[in-house]
Design a protein around this ligand. Structure first.
Ligand SMILES: Cc1ncc(COP(=O)(O)O)c(C=O)c1O
Length: 415
């Protein structure tokens, strides 16, 4: 056996790959991972394996991925720049890089911003770029995987790290005390927890950061473009300022383009550019997307944003109240991501497949993306779903409930 074959054999017999393979083998008909969409549109209609379904697994919350103005900017961007700007931004930027960073900062209300090719690469570059030996990171246990990966790199450079219980202020303070003495400390959290839709206690965490000489680092990938006035995100919505706070945002979700960014003080902008390896050693977001990002900001800053928000909220509240009327346990709901608790992994896969057969694609999320026996149906509501599609999803959930045991609020209360 070649070493490369031996390597893949041993990887398949361990950890996540083994768990996934086990489920795929046990439930070949309902293990809907790695699906391929053959046709997308109009709206949220997609065709998968010849089967037309409504996509409830799309992060383009405002529906701007189908907006002709965004497409037009992409096309004009290609006419202007071609498909790529040719080099790492460490060597040179194109005008659109600079324009988009300035425009993001102006819209967000930060002094400056730096764009990375994705939020994952922002976290991989910014976190290790900020801290070093003598510094610490204190991280929420449920912070996004890309934050945790950024922390691993920082640890390899000598930074110490601590984990606090999800959203638990007492534990956060305990861990900050335990971590002392330190020179600088980062508290790393999500702005919206993407698997449950829960929100962090930002005001209290900001106060704790100041009390303990730490900096708040908020990955608001899911809040960007949908939370707060003009979609400026969770931090501005809850704190009303960015004092002592770094915010990471996504350009790939509500923005429907490509990339991630950090909103930061001017003094940090140049520092991050020379201290983030993912910025220095990797290629940037293609310029046509930067032009489209500027178009999206114009939409967010216009009156149209409120109309998009109203539509999104109407869809969201119809789904949440419909699922609650069925007695289902609904997690989240403050943002366009809601999760229906299923608990059992196999039931979650079965429920996802049954919904698919009824014309609704939602994501069945199981361990290790969520804790074991805490599987959920994750539903992303978009502004360009129509009410009939939302009502069909509620009806389909009702059908699923008749044949698959889903945790029920009334049963839990009675127990
Ligand atoms: C909090 C958070 N950070 C980072 C990411 C990854 O973003 P990207 O796809 O831009 O790498 C996600 C994706 O869902 C997320 O929820």
């Amino acid at each position: 056996m070649l070493p490369i074959e031996s390597l893949s054999n041993s990887l398949y017999s361990n950890g996540v790959a083994r768990f996934m393979a086990h489920f795929a083998k046990l439930f070949p008909d309902i293990h809907m991972k790695d699906l391929t969409v053959d046709v997308a549109g109009p709206g949220r209609e997609v065709t998968i394996d010849g089967h037309k379904v409504i996509n409830f697994g799309c992060d383009s919350f405002l529906g701007l991925d189908r907006d002709p103005r965004v497409w037009d900017s992409l096309k004009k961007g290609i006419d202007r720049w071609g498909s790529h700007n040719g080099a790492s931004r460490m060597f040179n930027s194109v005008r659109s890089n600079v324009d988009a960073e300035n425009k993001i900062a102006e819209w967000l209300g930060t002094e400056a911003s730096v764009i990375y090719p994705s939020v994952t690469l922002a976290n991989a570059g910014v976190i290790p770029g900020l801290v070093t030996k003598g510094d610490v990171i204190v991280c929420d246990e449920f912070a996004h995987n890309s934050i945790q990966e950024g922390i691993k790199i920082a640890k390899a450079n000598g930074t110490r790290s601590f984990v606090f219980k999800h959203n638990n202020l007492q534990d956060l303070e305990r861990k900050l005390e335990e971590a002392k003495p330190y020179k600088h400390a980062l508290i790393t959290i999500d702005g919206v927890y993407s698997m449950s839709g829960s929100l962090p206690k930002l005001k209290e965490m900001h106060a704790l950061a100041l009390k303990h000489n730490a900096i708040l680092y908020v990955d608001d990938a899911h809040g960007t473009g949908v939370m707060g006035k003009h979609g400026r995100g969770t931090v501005m919505d809850n704190l009303g300022h960015y004092e002592n706070t770094l915010v990471i945002g996504s350009l790939s979700k509500a923005f429907s383009c490509m990339g991630g960014f950090v909103g930061c003080p001017k003094s940090m902008q140049d520092l991050l550019k020379i201290r983030s390896n993912s910025y220095i050693f990797g290629g940037p977001v293609a310029p046509c997307y930067l032009d489209a990002i500027c178009t999206v900001i114009d939409i967010l800053q216009s009156d149209e944003y409120e109309q998009l928000q109203d539509k999104l909220n109407e869809n969201l509240s119809t789904l949440v109240s419909g699922a609650q009327d069925l007695g289902l346990i609904v997690l989240g709901g403050h943002t366009p991501i809601i999760s229906i608790l299923v608990e059992d992994e196999a039931n979650c896969l079965r429920a996802g497949k049954m919904l698919f057969d009824l014309g609704c694609y939602v994501q069945s999320v199981a361990f290790p993306a969520v804790p074991y026996r805490a599987a959920v149906l994750r539903i992303q509501v978009n502004a360009n779903h129509d009410l009939a599609q939302i009502r069909n999803l509620v009806a389909a959930l009702g059908e699923v409930q008749k044949v698959i045991e889903l945790p029920n609020v009334r049963a839990k209360l009675a127990a």
